[in-house]
Design a protein around this ligand. Structure first.
Ligand SMILES: Cc1ncc(C[n+]2csc(CCOP(=O)(O)OP(=O)(O)O)c2C)c(N)n1
Length: 298
């Protein structure tokens, strides 16, 4: 079980990430993919701030874990999670995001941003890249893991399943796919455009080990990450792991949650302040439920 102080730290970071996303969404002139950013907050925070072996001061260390954001439209969420870890300057992200010549584009560019492992944005390409990295690491007998975060709508792409089959066939135990299972796609709830169930069984059919988790519970996510089996390239029974994270698109903001209008958008000042107040209220609730309190000890 994750330590209560660690859970509290990650809850506070998650709330801070939500506040920063909302502030950016309030002042940026274009649309931010705010719905899918909000659904993966706890996943990104748990990965970058707890589960992955990464270090912003040594971002090219060959032993680092690799992370690929396959749902590249959520780039700003990754920038903020990484900035909170010390990779990037938050003020620069806030001032330049989405502008011509900014390194912080709507989709991530690895050439512009050291520490970002892959440029993504065209859905369906991140997992194939992650499979290639995991396969190469095995060939070289390296012991790091490769993590890949996908949107569930993204997994309508055939290339996802070609790579899933490859990873299962080769028993890539160093590969972890995290699926943001918010049951919404770009402009519809699941079941309207496409039905993906039985979802975990689809990964199992490709010989993946599946773990399901509440994707907004940092303690539960950390328990899953902490329990990942060690990378053993000689294990004939090794399997890639799919973490199916049950999430809510627009999580934490009542007027956004499960509202198909909030795949992408911008906020008026009034909406931004309303949303920020909800984030503070939910953090206070969460800390009270887990034995902490704002500014107090537990
Ligand atoms: C190949 C490709 N087709 C279409 C798009 C446009 N697009 C961007 S986000 C999105 C919906 C993705 O849904 P999901 O993966 O569930 O993401 P989330 O709901 O978590 O934002 C689409 C179709 C794209 N980026 N790439």
């Amino acid at each position: 079980m994750a330590d209560p102080a660690e859970i509290r730290r990650l809850d506070e970071l998650s709330a801070e990430m939500r506040r920063l996303l909302l502030r950016l969404c309030g002042h940026y002139s274009g649309a931010i993919h705010i719905g899918g950013d909000m659904s993966m907050v706890e996943l990104l925070i748990s990965l970058y701030h707890h589960g992955m072996n990464v270090d912003p001061d040594d971002f090219a260390n060959p032993e680092r874990d690799r992370f690929i954001l396959s749902k590249g439209h959520g780039a700003v969420g990754m920038y903020i999670a990484m900035a909170l870890r010390g990779y990037f300057d938050m003020d620069e992200i806030m001032a330049t995001y989405g502008q011509l010549d900014s390194a912080y584009g709507m989709h991530p560019c690895k050439i512009q941003l050291p520490g970002v492992e892959s440029s993504t944005g065209s859905l369906g390409h991140g997992l194939p890249i992650a499979v290639g990295l995991a396969f190469a690491a095995r060939q070289r007998r390296e012991s790091h893991r490769v993590f890949c975060l996908l949107g569930d709508g993204e997994t309508c792409e055939g290339s996802v399943w070609e790579s899933a089959n490859t990873a299962g066939s080769y028993g890539l135990g160093n590969l972890v796919a995290v699926i943001d299972r918010n049951k919404q796609m770009m402009s519809s709830l699941e079941g309207v455009a496409m039905n993906l169930e039985p979802y975990p069984d689809k990964w199992r059919a490709f010989r993946w080990r599946v773990v399901e988790v509440d994707g907004h519970d940092v303690g539960a996510i950390c328990d899953v990450l902490d329990a990942l089996p060690p990378v053993d390239h000689d294990d004939p029974n090794a399997q890639p792991i799919a973490i199916v994270a049950h999430t809510v698109k627009g999580k934490g903001i009542s007027f956004m949650e499960r509202n198909v209008g909030w795949h992408a958008g911008s906020l008026t000042d009034e909406q931004m302040h309303e949303a920020l107040a909800e984030v503070d209220a939910r953090l206070a609730e969460r800390l009270a439920a887990t034995g902490g309190g704002i500014g107090g000890g537990s």
